[in-house]
Design a protein around this ligand. Structure first.
Ligand SMILES: [Zn+2]
Length: 404
């Protein structure tokens, strides 16, 4: 799983923060939690494909949490989506979406499956797939609000093939039975026990989305033993009365929930516009629960870096970088001794495609030839003579990566 915060503001966007939304990427599918204004643009900037969205979960009907929904659904229509989209949220969601498209006289060409939650429900499995499920529970906000937990199902333990073979297991069905926890009786009457052959089940990954809410036991239940608890922390403790009044949490409350839930990592979000520096909130949360991070827009959080290795690859400009590599090799031949050249090349190879020096050089030279000419030695002059610089206009610093 990769978690990408798309908007971390509360109530109103600021110069640097967008309205609430977070994307969960898993095995090529995207699950969106809340859909504030700008969500679809943030997805583009983060390298997430809108066509890969499977489900959208809405927490509640404060405008900052769903104001981007209609725009996003329209884009999916324009992209000629055909797959079913699941929309999950409080009761009224279907009316809201249908009214909007009726008003605009648009007939959606892709099916939407709605799951609506009514006030007073206690707990519901709103999505149940082979490999994971999503559980919803009501929170404690100034209006009906729902929290979610995305839970991968435990995978069966690994079979020790050598041990099984040594004990006389040979058939496929026998392996299947052992994996399913059943003991197997061989022809000579000996019983091979599943627990001797199969290791412990491997626990699934988990993520809880808890916003907006005061402290409540359901927040703890949703976050119980999760790998990531994504919890709102709108205010600092000095404004705890205001938090209580408006149905929000302070950073301390988020830390309390994380402690009680025994989560591995707390990520705080939904910052009030009054805090230009959210580290005040981080410090407060860390006083009580140290493994806390700040949700930073478009900065992905990997739940299992080993598993997700290779998903984020540098994109574009590789041609330019390779060209530069060739050129800098040539210039080296002129200016340095053979020994040095070799070492230089070797280092470059290791950092293939990731060399920021080269990247910025290619960016600089393509933006304005004169700047790079002034800036450097004969080697960059050669650069410009040998190839036609292509104009590159990165939209964000995150554009250098082709993600997911
Ligand atoms: Zn909110």
């Amino acid at each position: 799983m990769i978690i990408v915060p798309l908007g971390v503001a509360s109530a109103t966007p600021t110069v640097t923060r967008h309205l609430s939304s977070v994307a969960l990427w898993r095995e090529g599918s995207v699950y969106l939690f809340d859909c504030g204004e700008n969500t679809q643009m943030r997805m583009l900037q983060g390298g997430l494909k809108r066509s890969q969205i499977d489900c959208i979960f809405i927490s509640h009907f404060d405008t900052d949490h769903f104001s981007g929904l209609i725009g996003l659904l329209s884009t999916l229509q324009l992209q000629r989506r055909e797959n079913t989209l699941k929309l999950i949220g409080p009761k009224g969601l279907q009316d809201f979406v249908e009214w909007n498209f009726d008003f605009a006289d648009v007939e959606l060409q892709y099916p939407i499956e709605y799951v609506e939650l009514e006030e007073g429900f206690e707990e519901e499995r709103v999505v149940d797939e082979d490999e994971f499920y999503v559980e919803a529970r009501p929170l404690n906000h100034s209006r009906f609000c729902v929290g979610y937990r995305f839970q991968e199902k435990d995978r069966p333990g690994k079979v020790d093939a050598e041990k099984a073979k040594a004990q006389g297991i040979s058939e496929d069905w026998q392996y299947k039975d052992l994996k399913a926890g059943k003991d197997v009786e061989l022809e000579d009457g000996t019983v091979v026990k599943s627990m001797d052959i199969v290791g412990h089940p491997r626990p699934g990954d988990s993520f809880a989305y808890v916003t907006d809410t005061r402290y409540c036991p359901n927040a703890v239940k949703l976050g119980k033993n999760t790998n990531i608890l994504f919890h709102e922390a709108t205010f600092t403790d000095s404004l705890s009365e205001k938090a209580e009044e408006t149905g929000h949490s302070t950073a301390k409350v988020a830390a309390r929930v994380a402690n009680e839930a025994k989560t591995k990592l707390l990520v705080i979000t939904h910052f009030s516009a009054r805090y230009t520096n959210e580290y005040v909130l981080l410090r407060e949360a860390r006083d009580d629960f140290f493994p806390t991070w700040i949700a930073t827009e478009l900065r992905p959080i990997f739940t299992d870096p080993a598993h997700e290795k290779g998903i984020i690859e540098p994109r574009a400009y590789l041609k330019e970088i390779n060209q530069d590599k060739k050129n800098s090799g040539n210039s080296n031949k002129k200016s340095r001794s053979g020994k040095k050249k070799k070492r230089f090349r070797k280092r470059k190879k290791v950092r293939k495609g990731k060399s920021t020096d080269n990247y910025s050089k290619s960016r600089g030279s393509s933006r304005s030839g004169s700047r790079s000419n002034n800036g450097n030695s004969s080697s960059s002059n050669n650069d410009n003579n040998e190839r036609q610089p292509k104009p590159i206009t990165p939209r964000t610093p995150f554009d250098d990566f082709d993600r997911f």
